[in-house]
Design a protein around this ligand. Structure first.
Ligand code: ATP
Ligand code: MG
Length: 362
């Protein structure tokens, strides 16, 4: 039943005043394998940290969370363990994820009177058990109400796409643990694929390449640095190179080598091919009408992995569809999760379907 106009007018100043008191916040969390980002309604992205937690194994106490914990990787004494609590987009260590979420919610909301409504994104291929773990962890960490949203839908919203129209839009979100590809229309996913191959697998491929080609062992962080500095997947004129320090697999002694961006496609061929196959498989399954829209509007890439030079050009060449990388691709999902909660006051907890919520005016 609709409220009478006179009553709405009467209570509107009270509502505004209560709103200013900031009793409850809407927050969106991109609980990623590599990075965790928190978006607070009205403020934007307020927290962006590596998904790493350092634990003192003798006392079971948390020593550091985020960049503080990442700085300890490989440099801490034996009693300090650095943990990445998410693997391939889903929670692999519940208790540690819980601590990380507590830290995120506390940092984002401070001492709020009412617990926040929290939207967390999950890869589109998660199981019910994996979803349950996210809801339980967020609630235990201090969320009032917890909603889940598919990562590519959040990415599309965050990239500024109008996903409510009956027009096909295609998103390729390449994170650290998962690549989520989806065709979205009217706020819902029409075709999707989530593969557990993304940035981390590219780092491993670089590590293997350096060993195979030069007989040199490098750590995973060095491999990630190589990927970020000189990673390139399409022919390019401006060749870059990087000096890498590792250990000779033969002598066990330190060795310095120079790698060129020209070698990167070969180094990352295997995981990159798997991502391309997944993109093509989504296109093959897309209904023809929507495919026409996608040809017109192009594919939008988000996630940290989309920043590898030439990835967009490679996808464009293989699929024949124009491709562009979203602005600030790493924050798209978190911005999208925050945006999604706007305007919906009575959403039921759990996985949300924006198309249905709009239809039912929740
Ligand atoms: N400039 C860059 N060039 C290439 N890769 C990059 C760059 N910056 C970040 N990355 C990569 O992006 C990945 C992290 O991206 P992102 O933060 O989107 O992942 P995530 O959301 O934590 O993971 P997921 O969504 O899979 O759970 C890492 O593999 C990182 O190496
Ligand atoms: Mg992500």
């Amino acid at each position: 039943m609709q409220m009478p106009k006179w009553l709405a007018r009467l209570i509107s100043p009270i509502r505004q005043w209560v709103g200013k008191l900031n009793l409850r916040r809407n927050i969106g969390i991109d609980l990623g394998t590599v990075n965790v980002l928190v978006y607070v309604e009205g403020k934007g992205v307020v927290l962006r940290e590596p998904s790493v937690v350092a634990v003192d194994t003798t006392t079971d106490q948390i020593v550091a969370v985020g960049s503080g914990a990442q700085a300890l990787i490989g440099r801490a004494p034996a009693n300090i363990e650095t943990i990445r609590p998410l693997r391939e987009g889903v929670i692999s260590q519940y208790d540690v994820t819980l601590k990380m979420l507590q830290y995120c919610i506390r940092t984002a909301c401070g001492n709020m009177i009412l617990p926040p409504r929290v939207m967390v994104c999950v890869p589109s291929g998660v199981t019910e058990v994996e979803e349950r773990a996210v809801v339980d962890a967020a609630r235990e960490a201090g969320a009032g109400k917890v909603y889940l949203m598919e990562e590519p839908v959040a990415a599309a919203l965050g990239a500024g796409l109008d996903i409510s129209a009956p027009v096909g839009r295609m998103i390729v979100d390449i994170g650290g643990g998962t690549t989520d590809i989806a065709v979205i229309s009217m706020g819902g996913v029409v075709v999707s694929e989530s593969v557990r191959i993304a940035g981390d697998k590219l780092d491993e491929a670089v590590m293997r390449y350096v060993r195979r080609q030069y007989g040199v062992l490098v750590g995973i962080q060095t491999a990630e640095l190589i990927k970020q500095r000189i990673g390139a997947l399409y022919s390019h004129k401006q060749v870059r190179s990087v000096e890498v320090r590792g250990r000779s697999a033969q002598t066990g002694l330190p060795q310095v080598i120079t790698l060129s961006s020209k070698e990167m496609l070969e180094a990352m061929t295997e995981p990159v091919s798997a991502i391309l196959d997944a993109v093509c498989s989504v296109i093959e399954r897309t209904p023809p009408e929507l495919l026409g829209d996608i040809l017109k509007h192009g594919i939008v890439m988000t996630g940290g992995g989309s920043m590898i030079r030439g990835f967009d050009q490679l996808i464009q060449k293989v699929t024949g569809v124009p491709v562009r990388v979203a602005d600030d691709p790493i924050t798209c999902v978190s911005r999208g999760t925050g945006i999604a909660l706007r305007g919906y006051k009575k959403l039921p907890e759990g996985s949300i379907n924006l198309a249905r919520a709009r239809r039912d005016r929740l």
